[in-house]
Unconditional design. Structure first.
Length: 79
């Protein structure tokens, strides 16, 4: 499994369709070094996503809006 370090710099667009939420982002993606983090309890490699607090807040608000839109499309029996 390939692992990466992803620095999310900007979210430019989000949409949903066919059961997926798609985000267009500007990000810096680098292969993760072979050394394991001491914090990784399972010992398995994993991809790391990091972002500024401002970007995280934008992501949260956009996801909240997209999920509300998806939820509004459901019938009452599916809620």
């Amino acid at each position: 499994m390939k692992t990466y370090s992803i620095e999310l710099q900007q979210i430019t667009r989000m949409s949903n369709g066919h059961g997926l939420i798609n985000a267009r982002v500007k990000a810096d993606v680098q292969p993760l070094r072979a050394s394991r983090d001491a914090d990784d309890a399972a010992g398995e490699p994993g991809t790391t996503l990091s972002m500024s607090i401002e970007t995280a807040r934008v992501l949260f608000l956009l996801l909240k809006a997209q999920l509300a839109e998806v939820d509004a499309r459901k019938g009452r029996s599916q809620r």
